[in-house]
Design a binder for this molecule. Structure first.
Ligand SMILES: [Zn+2]
Length: 253
């Protein structure tokens, strides 16, 4: 077996379209998927992001109208491919918005990898960033956490999983490049671009920490994907998501 990549379906959330297309679309609804990525190299199991929890969203951000079946929890999705939470070696948090880290608590024995800058903002957000963060979700006493300060360097988590720093959506945002065996590289901008309209038309999302940094990160991701012949998988795009293979199906061999 080579490196396999599974997309783990985590349900959907709703936002006003103006969160997705900055200053446009007020009053229109955007229901979007949330998913995590499991990379199984045969040697290591790396989980990128851990999704949201329906109960938390209903309590804290009820206007996001979460939909998540029993089958769409992170633990249930892993069970679908025969993996127990304690088998996960490494958890990468692309950033610490609630829909990317709420399942961290299920992996107390894993090595966590995240951005140092992002962790600071999760604890002490700038005023306009408060909506996405909850320090209770990232407070993990005793957890093994590696805090990255990448700048222009990239970071190889394990062979076949590379992180690059792409700030702008959030201050310490990371994107991932994953290489399934026998297939083109998979580029996960994560929240650098929720969808293709954001990325290709350079339409920034309404949610950002710094619009200029976000624009630069969009260009960076596009250039990298082009250079390595990678396929881009968007984080919150209901249309392209329909075309992706979801667990238990996988990319790779
Ligand atoms: Zn986000």
């Amino acid at each position: 077996m080579g490196t396999r990549v599974y997309l783990l379906d985590g349900g959907t959330l709703m936002l006003d379209m103006s969160f997705v297309t900055w200053n446009h679309g007020q009053g229109a609804e955007y229901r979007f998927p949330v998913f995590s990525v499991l990379v199984d190299t045969g040697d290591k199991k790396v989980l990128i992001d851990t999704g949201f929890e329906k109960e938390w969203v209903e309590r804290v951000l009820p206007f996001e109208l979460p939909e998540q079946s029993e089958d769409q929890t992170i633990v249930a999705q892993l069970a679908k491919i025969g993996i127990r939470p304690e088998e996960i070696d490494i958890v990468v948090n692309s950033h610490l918005h609630f829909d990317h880290c709420s399942g961290n608590k299920y992996f107390p024995g894993a090595q966590f990898v995240m951005s140092k800058e992002e962790l600071r903002h999760a604890y002490v957000p700038d005023p306009w960033e408060r909506l996405g963060y909850d320090r209770n979700l990232v407070d993990m006493p005793g957890a093994k956490v590696e805090l990255l300060e990448l700048g222009d360097y990239d970071y190889e988590v394990v062979p076949g999983v590379t992180l690059i720093e792409t700030p702008g959506h959030s201050c310490g945002h990371l994107s991932a490049i994953v290489r399934p065996t026998g297939e083109p590289p998979m580029v996960f901008p994560i929240d650098v671009a929720y969808n293709g309209h954001n990325l290709y038309d350079k339409v920034l999302m309404g949610l950002h920490s710094d619009p200029r940094e976000l624009l630069a990160s969009m260009v960076k991701i596009e250039n990298i994907a082009h250079k390595i012949g990678g396929n881009i998988f968007f984080s919150h795009d209901p249309e392209s998501y329909k075309t992706y293979k979801k667990a238990p199906d996988f990319y790779g061999e």
